[in-house]
Design a binder for this molecule. Structure first.
Ligand code: PGA
Length: 260
């Protein structure tokens, strides 16, 4: 295999897998050897974050949390601080997933606070952005994404940008009722995102920010996204919940990586 770029392939377990099931999945992933140039990661529920991160401490698979608060500590009942996430052994933290924006009042403002807090604590934020079906139908996808991106990254030091991950996840593409975005559409959107990143931080930095696609990614369509020039990986939900499926999905992406 000839490596053209680092490819990030992650799965968000969402509200699935209690501690016992999560631990069993981590044990199964422990011996997994990622193909050259591939960075696999799993995003676990809080209840198993520490145990999973400990099992996968020296493994090829990185571990992340699904959310966090932006403050270090305090009277925030039910919340988890960046320091707590870090202390559990997480490498990555998901920020602004559309399910949190939709159902838990996450806003561009809270996302922005969380981005800089994550970086301050040595976590790699995985920022999720995406337009709703309504915004897509009105033809304001580019405007929506540009707004989300600029607010989320407003307080991030430019030199830190290559240490974050960004996932473009159209809201209409996510979950059982979703429809995977066309490859051409993703290619166009990602080129636009790259341009916004270059506008924000200059070409040298903007070109180095990994851009992932997510939303109804499957073993059958993952490779078509990753073969696009501005797509540096995929972020999957359902297609990665079973460990063998997740490993198979990675294999299928790699099959496509012919010499440049
Ligand atoms: P899905 O979820 O792959 O099940 O559509 C994607 C996501 O929410 O990141």
């Amino acid at each position: 295999m000839v490596t053209r770029k680092t490819v990030w392939i992650g799965t968000n377990w969402k509200m699935n897998k209690g501690p016992a099931e999560a631990l069993a999945a981590a044990e199964a992933l422990k011996a997994y050897r990622a193909p050259e140039g591939v960075k696999p990661f799993i995003i676990t529920p809080f209840t198993s974050l520490q145990a999973v991160a400990s099992v996968l401490k020296d493994a090829d698979v990185l571990v992340g949390a699904q959310n966090m608060h932006w403050e270090e500590s305090g009277s925030w009942t039910g919340e988890i601080s960046p320091g707590m996430v870090k202390e559990c052994g997480a490498d990555i933290v998901l920020i602004g997933h559309s399910e949190r924006r939709q159902h838990f009042a996450e806003t561009d403002w809270t996302v922005s606070r969380k981005m800089s807090a994550a970086l301050r604590h040595g976590l790699r934020p995985l920022l999720c952005i995406g337009e709703s079906l309504e915004e897509y139908d009105f033809g304001v996808t580019a405007e929506t994404l540009s707004r989300q991106l600029k607010i989320a990254l407003h307080d991030v030091v430019h030199a830190d940008l290559p240490n974050i991950l960004i996932a473009y996840e159209p809201v209409w593409a996510i979950g059982a009722g979703g429809r995977a975005a066309d490859t051409d559409c993703v290619a166009k959107v990602h080129a636009g995102l790259r341009a916004v990143l270059c506008e924000i931080a200059g070409k040298d930095i903007g070109d180095r920010v990994p851009l992932l696609y997510g939303g109804s990614v499957t073993q059958d369509n993952a490779r078509s996204y990753v073969s696009q020039p501005n797509v540096d990986g995929v972020f999957v939900g359902r297609a990665g919940w079973s460990v063998p499926d997740f490993e198979k999905l990675i294999d299928r992406v790699i099959e496509e990586r012919a010499p440049a």
